[in-house]
Write a protein of this length. Structure first.
Length: 437
């Protein structure tokens, strides 16, 4: 809608401007039905993504970070774009309604206006059709760009995920001789560098009036087949064209880069804000509690305060305050930590060792020997039991700590991490769980 709508004041004042985008009703329907669900979904998934990143090892964090960033950016681009579209459409509807109330512009003749005010209002009213058409254009472009940005981030998420899988596969085959992050970095360069160079050569050929080399055409043809060429995201190209129209190619490119930069910052900052890490200055100097800290209470070690995926990877007791003579200590099963140990401990027993009390006790005692537990610094000798708790959706080992004879007051359990399958899979220091009985 580049031109102002032709509006006859004598026509039906309830009619929309004839040049209105024909899809405006569908835009409003889709935006209204999608934006609120997306905002709720983002508020639910962002903290959990942060929990997944926190509980992963260092090398896995390097691999997961791009994937999680693209996933959040896709959701945020779509939700934010549709929300902006709703606001623009609301303003557009308000102006269309205002124009329909007084299509003849009788407001110019208001007796309360002086000459200067009347001239200003007359100019604003005469420009109203142009403003209505411009807002109509802007709302439609924002709607399309929101979908285009979400598609772009979704495509990056897909290709980054494939690179991560290839990196993990090579690391497994070579026994970490080829690290997965290094494979990911190499594959990312192989994917992006030829594309950037080919696009630059194509653009330069256009400016100089030359033909595009055959090799560059073949390279761009490959990227076209995998959906990375401009024709697969026309909304971003229309946005860049409109931004370039007033200030040249550089302005358009810089504007799109600024949009992506702001989107990236919001994607990185919002999960922290949703988790409360940036909520106020009162807690700004509070020290971060880490594994092995003395005299600290980490909520993930207590079933009545734990939440998120991390709670399923650390030992826990029911509560900080313990009543009774027995304290149940739950040690979650983690394949990377326990699968090799269980295979070693059960190697000398029959495959159905769980059906034999003697074999089962020998295997579980072997597992317990690889993960020491101490109560107030003294080694704890307590039998382990396999436990499957479908209500809490957890599986692992249960250790009943005997508190008979233990004086009332503060105490501390220290659970030694199991031998990790890889160096960054388990902490170096014991999990410490203070409690009071």
């Amino acid at each position: 809608m580049q031109h102002p709508p032709d509006r006859d004041p004598a026509a039906d004042p309830q009619a929309l401007p004839p040049r209105t985008t024909p899809t405006w009703e569908m835009e409003l329907l889709l935006s209204g039905a999608t934006v609120f669900a997306l905002l709720q979904a983002y508020g639910w998934i962002a903290p959990r993504i942060a929990d997944v990143a926190e509980m992963a090892g260092l090398r896995m964090q390097l691999l997961l970070s791009p994937l999680l960033l693209y996933l959040q950016a896709a959701m945020l681009a779509l939700a934010g774009g549709l929300l902006l579209h709703l606001l623009l459409r609301a303003f557009w509807i308000a102006l269309v309604g205002l124009y329909s109330v007084d299509p003849a512009g009788r407001v110019r003749k208001s007796p309360s206006l002086g000459p200067w005010s009347r001239a200003r209002i007359a100019a604003a009213w005469d420009a109203l059709p142009t403003r209505i058409a411009a807002l109509d254009d802007q709302a439609t472009i924002v709607f399309a760009v929101a979908l285009g940005m979400a598609r772009l981030m979704g495509l990056l998420f897909l290709y980054a995920g494939l690179m991560v899988l290839v990196g993990l596969a090579l690391a497994a085959v070579t026994e970490d001789a080829i690290p997965a992050p290094a494979t990911f970095a190499v594959l990312a360069c192989l994917l992006l560098v030829p594309f950037v160079i080919a696009i630059a050569i194509d653009s330069r050929a256009e400016r100089r009036g030359r033909a595009v080399p055959a090799l560059v055409q073949r390279i761009l043809g490959f990227y076209d087949r995998i959906g990375m060429t401009p024709q697969h995201n026309l909304s971003l190209q229309v946005l860049m064209y409109r931004l370039s129209a007033g200030g040249g190619r550089l302005r358009g490119a810089l504007s799109v880069m600024a949009i992506i930069f702001v989107l990236t910052l919001c994607t990185m900052a919002l999960p922290l804000a949703l988790r409360g890490d940036l909520d106020d200055r009162v807690r700004a100097g509070f020290p971060r509690l880490v594994i092995g800290d003395h005299a600290t209470l980490r909520g993930v070690h207590y079933a009545d305060t734990a939440s998120g995926p991390l709670a399923r990877r650390v030992p826990s007791i029911p509560s900080m305050r313990v009543e009774g003579a027995w304290l149940p200590l739950f040690i979650p099963w983690v394949d990377l930590w326990h699968a090799d140990g269980l295979a070693t401990c059960s190697a000398s027993h029959a495959s159905n060792w769980r059906a034999d009390p003697v074999s089962a006790r020998a295997v579980l005692d072997c597992m317990a020997a690889g993960q020491a537990i101490a109560l107030d610094g003294a080694p704890l000798q307590a039998p382990w039991h396999l436990v499957d708790d479908p209500l809490a959706d957890r599986r692992g080992f249960l250790v009943m700590v005997d508190l008979r004879g233990v004086p009332s007051g503060p105490h501390e359990l220290a659970v030694q991490p199991p031998p990790p399958a890889r160096d960054d899979d388990a902490p170096d220091t014991p999990w410490r769980i203070p409690f009071w009985n």
